[in-house]
Design a protein. Structure first.
Length: 365
């Protein structure tokens, strides 16, 4: 497997993500409908990857997005800056005063507990990011003059509108023109596609994007809903996973899209909202490797676990070129990220590597 990364000396950025960054409002241990206080965070499927690569793994990252120019937008920007992610490719859109024409996205997120699953309630119609369109970003400046080694995007941003899907296609074509490696997390969200054509539309959009992707990431639902590949033997409640079904699916994806050098999927068997069996698999060069198992992993906040898997995988691929090591970086980083609140990782690279090497959770002092 040779991803042919650009020389880091020729690039300002190791990785850049494109996607919407929302304000996450978290009721803590309460329910959204009963809460009187919310803790604010930032979050977004694609952005979370850039933040994880910067904060946990020390890489030079940036985000391409758009924000309405008001104090909520400035708050989101402040969170991004705290995460160390470059903000020079944020497109600031003049605010109309009440959000009739443009606004910033808000995401209310419950963590879930035991038999009560996590819950996300997005309020993101007419956001600045959802109105991004081809021509908004100077890709020649970003990929050409400044240089990017790795570009990441995903199915959440592609689902926001017709124009965001077109912007993804414009971006990945530009990235390939300059020799930038491209990864894509399918990240299917039924709520985003429901009123614009459902799974049929999701598959049409993602099948158009897929031929430009070097590293494809998703879970069992993503590959089925977004690309139409079924995983046999896995029950709808995800209580039990059939690994042979995953292997067959990955072989089928690779045969359909020979441009893909790595195909990776998380493996999550949901026992309860707070106890999951967790692992991951990856395909490359006709071989499939699996990460170590994290049976009965105790979950504090599952949201963002898949994004942290993606950032760990990308870090491993960029620094080692070894798919087995990379998928283990991803699984360990995802596991750690789900032990803390918020969309984004609070882990350090040393903690990830300690977990990969069977380190314990004994107190450190």
């Amino acid at each position: 497997m040779d991803l042919q990364l650009r020389n880091e000396k020729d690039c300002r950025f190791d990785e850049v993500s494109m996607g919407e960054v929302m304000l996450r409002l978290d009721p803590g241990d309460n329910r959204v409908r009963c809460a009187r206080e919310f803790r604010a965070w930032e979050g977004g499927g694609e952005y979370n990857v850039a933040r994880g690569l910067r904060r946990c793994f020390g890489m030079r990252t940036g985000v391409v997005t758009a924000l309405a120019q008001n104090d909520v937008g400035y708050l989101i920007e402040d969170f991004i800056l705290q995460g160390g992610v470059d903000t020079s490719f944020i497109n600031w859109v003049p605010y109309d005063g009440i959000g009739r024409k443009v606004r910033n996205g808000i995401n209310f997120t419950e963590r879930g507990f035991g038999v009560r699953g996590a819950l996300g309630i997005s309020d993101r119609a007419n956001t600045a990011a959802s109105q991004m369109k081809p021509g908004d970003v100077d890709w020649d400046e970003l990929f050409g003059k400044q240089g990017v080694r790795w570009f990441h995007c995903g199915g959440i941003f592609a689902a926001l509108s017709e124009t965001t899907a077109e912007t993804v296609i414009e971006a990945v074509k530009a990235a390939k023109k300059y020799g930038t490696v491209v990864s894509y997390d399918l990240n299917y969200r039924a709520s985003l596609w429901r009123d614009i054509g459902g799974k049929e539309k999701a598959q049409a959009v993602n099948r158009e994007i897929a031929p430009y992707i070097d590293v494809m990431i998703g879970n069992e639902e993503d590959f089925t809903a977004c690309l139409g590949f079924e995983i046999k033997g896995t029950d709808s409640q995800l209580k039990k996973l059939d690994l042979d079904g995953y292997r067959a699916m990955m072989d089928e994806v690779a045969a359909t899209y020979p441009n893909m050098k790595v195909i990776a999927t998380t493996l999550r068997a949901v026992k309860t909202a707070t106890v999951n069996d967790w692992s991951a698999m990856a395909w490359s060069d006709g071989k499939i490797v699996k990460a170590k198992d994290y049976p009965a992993l105790e979950i504090y906040d599952r949201v963002g676990g898949g994004d942290s898997f993606a950032s760990g995988l990308i870090y491993g691929l960029m620094t080692t070129g070894d798919v087995e090591k990379a998928v283990n970086y991803g699984a360990a980083h995802g596991a750690l990220a789900m032990t803390t609140p918020g969309d984004t990782s609070m882990a350090r690279k040393a903690e990830v590597e300690n977990l990969m090497n069977n380190g314990s959770a004994r107190v450190q002092r």
